[in-house]
Design a protein around this ligand. Sequence first.
Ligand code: ADP
Length: 525
Amino acid sequence: MQNTPKTRRRFRVLLAEDDALDQMAFKRQVQAEKLPYDYEIAGSLAAARKALDCGEFDVMLADYYLGDGTAFDILQLSIDVPVIIATGAGDEEIAVKALKSGAYDYLIKDIDRNYLKVMPHIVENAVKHKEAEQALQRYHDELETLVKERTEELAAEKELLSVTVSSMSDGLICVDADRNIVLFNPVCERLTKYRAPEVYGKDIDEIVCFCDEKTRKPLKCPAVKALKSREIRHGTDRDVLVARDGTKTPISATASPIRREIDGVSENAGNRQVTGAVMILRDVSREREIDRLKTDFISSVSHELRTPLTSIKAYASTMLRDRNMPDDLRQNFLKTIDEESNVLKSLIDGLLDISRFEAGTVKMTHEPVDVEATIDRVISSLQPLADKKSIEIKKNVEPELARLLGDESRMRSLIRNLVHNAIKFSPSGGHVLVAAKCVADELIVTVSDYGVGIPKEYLPKIFDRFYRVNQPGKKTKGTGLGLAIVKDIVVMHQGRIDVESEPGKGTTFTIHLPLEPKNSEVPKP
Ligand code: ADP
């Protein structure tokens, strides 16, 4: 290898040349011109192959005839080095063929070796051309990576958006400026009973219909209002969505205009063009049901409080007015006032219990409870009520029932609520059964009646606070708190409650309680 001053760009050149004189001429030229070449000379095709295997070159000069082959054999190797073919005068056809076969350029050897004078220029061009090609390739590769990354990012964003829209618990509809539907998520399909492909391109007013819950009058769609007013618009709190099959769902609807900046128009929102509207639909059946239950509850509680209070007041006023009332009558009146006060107290206790359970501030005692004695106390306290309806309360308790570690007064309240309901929902002359037994480490208490029963669809709701089944034609007193309290007490004792019922045949509540709860902490119901 030769050295030239460091300041010049040096090229690594491979010369494939079998002619010793041509080799000499090349060397002389390099020396004479002080060409910045680090060169290697291969005297045959085999030697050229070896050199290419072992070294790295910027350019290769190859004589056409190489003794053991031709320069075409080198082109066949499809190497990454630009090859300049040297042919004799009159062999231009070979040169053209070489170019077609992938040679970068050619030199025509003349007798005076003038070709060596143009050689540096061609070599430099070949190297620069190669470098430019490589830079272009790098740029192309980088661009391709960027495009690939961006495409993947866009696909991921699109996927995320589509998954988000599909998994939303609310309905989402987008319309264009002409009110035509362009997006309709699965919740909208459920609410309107239309499939998304059926509604795309259709006017939203044809698909999404609102009416007033009370008056049933049609209401304007908030999305249409938002398009017109270019402002956010909300539905009313009495909106109902009417589905294709007439099903009505209480709905909360909010729509916003979609504004887009068109061709660099001012960023001021007021100036941006409204290109559509997006509307969110939220099913508020549960909230409206709770509102209804609360209203029912308030009127029910007021009624429940007023009945005993009215009678207390009436008896007290009569006693005040009639100072000479016979003692036995006064005694009777006082007894009634006492009983009615107890009713009031238990109602208020129930309300307080519920609010304490809600606040998580309930304290329970852990004492051995004689469940049979508790059942007896409940039965004797409810006997007058049962007698009024000629209902017999039967008891079936396993002898020597194991004691339960728990809170006696709450257990009494639990059994009382169930037996009270059993009497309340039984026809006159019927009977109610309270049973208790132990299985393994569990106490099982059942309260059965043969009364009105509960339709299957209401069973999951009866333990909800304030929930009361609407029995057509029947108006029984109550607050809808009893079973909620029962459930809270069962949970406190780490047990569970099941209910089986058949309308017209009767109802059985079964409570499973561990005899010794695992820890003394009171779980929040
Ligand atoms: P309520 O004060 O109305 O009795 P509860 O919470 O005790 O409230 O009961 C909730 C509802 O469950 C009742 O209104 C009634 O419709 C139904 N229910 C409870 N127990 C019975 C039963 N033994 N037979 C039929 N229906 C019952």
